[in-house]
Design a protein around this ligand. Structure first.
Ligand code: GUN
Ligand code: FE
Length: 490
């Protein structure tokens, strides 16, 4: 890749300081070096010119060697979103799920679609669109399931690298021969499944030797699609390479019953993965909706992570995952769109649905004794406590996701030494020069975008809340990954 220009970003910056608190700083500057790393942050200058001058002096950089991006009034820089669970192949089906639930959805919609993507021209169309669209919604890191097909999976890795999206790309393993896993879409044998996995690892090593932007990820689809041997084999590859692992866990009650039948020697769904060596600190478990206390303790004990997929869990009527409870257990949680179990490819949408699902969890907390006032009091407090705040769901979308995929030192926030994976968000329809549009040509757009600060009295926290609940890709003006501009909205 050609060497990058250095960057200076000037204006308002918003990121998550902790799970509960946003850090919002104005009139500030961030300098990004040619490797895409944050070299310096200036927060205390009296104005933007001075912030810029101080950064250039401190770093000894010449103004001619930097590209300057200044956020206009009403715009701010925010970390790029991290989608910790998305099926790139299923992008072609987003929104098509009818009234199905998991197992019939897989059979009816999903396996036929995935199988069809062994046609590389189809795969290219779907994967390129998926990457372009998720980038345009601010997803700078995506943890992808591809399909069983090695060539198509390798193509997804190529496209992520060339289009500049940070990604984990998984060749899906399904080697169990039974009714659920159809003859037209399963690995020929356990050994063939492991060999195909190795081929994708080698391919990604060739195109991105340091796994700098694209990394392979070991991907047993879920216990009902896999033999014990393939899961053991993948755990062995993990121990040899340190590569991350992703799978599905405890999404749907029918699935859980099936797992109990297929693995009678185990005490729970989680116990299947534990016994076979798949619970590691680099493991991302999607869903985790119906876990027992004991299962959550086992996951926490192994340091494995959970990808919360609220849109999918509601669409497929899987259930409502309890994020507060997972956090109480000490489990790191990120967000997944789970396209196409989830119909939306937007992590902003996933964040707002996480907030809504937590309210449903709250509304389902009932008192044990209808007439016991003390009990009511406890329940009322618990209802309040389980609701997720704006700050908390934005944390899930950024830093929480980064922790899930082992990138917390690189992305998810704005600190010196971290990489510039970020988006420029505009809360009202403004020109790049900062002028608000009031002309007829943009009247419609302005109406769509005019949700912020109609009367001029909103705090920045209010504005960010409005962005979370009302925003979409029209608000995402620019997106960078590792300092490279990968999306610009016209
Ligand atoms: N479980 C096994 N495969 C899948 C899948 O493709 N999507 C979801 N949501 N759950 C699964
Ligand atoms: Fe999934």
């Amino acid at each position: 890749m050609s060497p990058q220009r250095k960057l200076l970003l000037l204006g308002t910056f918003v990121h998550c300081k902790t799970q509960q608190d946003l850090d919002i700083f104005h009139g500030a500057g961030i300098a990004v070096d040619a490797e895409g790393k944050i070299a310096a942050i200036e927060r205390d200058a009296p104005d933007l010119d001075e912030a810029k001058a101080r950064l250039l002096t401190r770093l000894g950089w010449d103004e001619a060697e930097v590209d300057v991006t200044q956020a206009a009034d009403g715009q701010f820089f925010f970390p790029g979103f991290i989608d910790t669970h998305i099926h790139a192949a299923q992008y072609a089906n987003a929104g098509i799920f009818g009234k199905s639930s998991l197992l019939d959805w897989l059979e009816t919609y999903t396996f036929p679609l995935e199988a069809s993507l062994s046609d590389l021209s189809k795969a290219r169309r779907v994967y390129a669109r998926c990457i372009r669209r998720t980038l345009s919604h601010g997803t700078t890191t995506a943890t992808y399931f591809a399909t069983l097909d090695v060539a198509a999976t390798n193509l997804l890795a190529d496209l992520c690298l060339s289009m500049g999206q940070r990604a984990f790309v998984g060749r899906v393993c399904m080697d169990r021969a039974d009714e659920l896993n159809p003859a037209y879409y399963r690995d020929a044998s356990t050994e063939a499944s492991l060999e195909a996995t190795r081929q994708t690892i080698e391919h990604v090593r060739r195109i991105d030797p340091g796994f700098d932007i694209v990394s392979p990820i070991l991907t047993p689809r879920f216990a009902p699609s896999c033999t014990r041997e393939v899961m053991r084999g993948l755990a062995q590859i993990h121990r040899e390479t340190g590569l991350p692992i992703q799978t599905h866990l405890s999404e749907n009650t029918g699935e859980i019953q099936l797992v109990a039948q297929l693995f009678p020697e185990t005490t729970s769904y989680t116990d299947v993965y534990r016994r076979l060596g798949l619970l590691t600190p680099r493991t991302v478990l999607a869903h985790a909706v119906h876990l027992s206390e004991e299962e959550a303790d086992v996951i926490a004990g192994h340091g494995s992570k959970v990808s919360h997929c609220p849109c999918s869990n509601t669409s497929l009527t899987s259930g409502a995952a309890r994020v507060r409870w997972l956090w109480d257990k000490g489990i790191d949680v990120g967000l997944g769109t789970d396209v196409s179990g989830g119909y939306s490819h937007s992590i902003l949408e996933a964040a707002r649905q996480a907030a809504m699902v937590s309210r449903h969890v709250a509304m389902n907390i009932h008192t044990a004794h209808e007439n016991d006032d003390n009990d009511d009091d406890v329940a009322a407090k618990e209802k309040e406590r389980v609701k997720l705040t704006v700050e908390e769901v934005l944390y899930l979308a950024t830093k929480g996701g980064a922790k899930c995929v082992g990138l917390e030192d690189k992305v998810g926030g704005f600190e010196v030494g971290m990489e510039w994976d970020a988006q420029l968000v505009a809360l009202s329809h403004v020109h790049d020069d900062g002028e608000l549009h009031h002309d007829a040509e943009h009247e419609h757009e302005e109406e769509d975008h005019g949700f912020v600060d109609v009367f001029g009295w909103e705090s920045w926290e209010d504005r960010v809340a409005k962005w979370l609940y009302n925003g979409d890709d029209r608000n995402t003006k620019r997106v960078w990954v590792k300092g490279r501009l990968v999306h610009r909205r016209r």
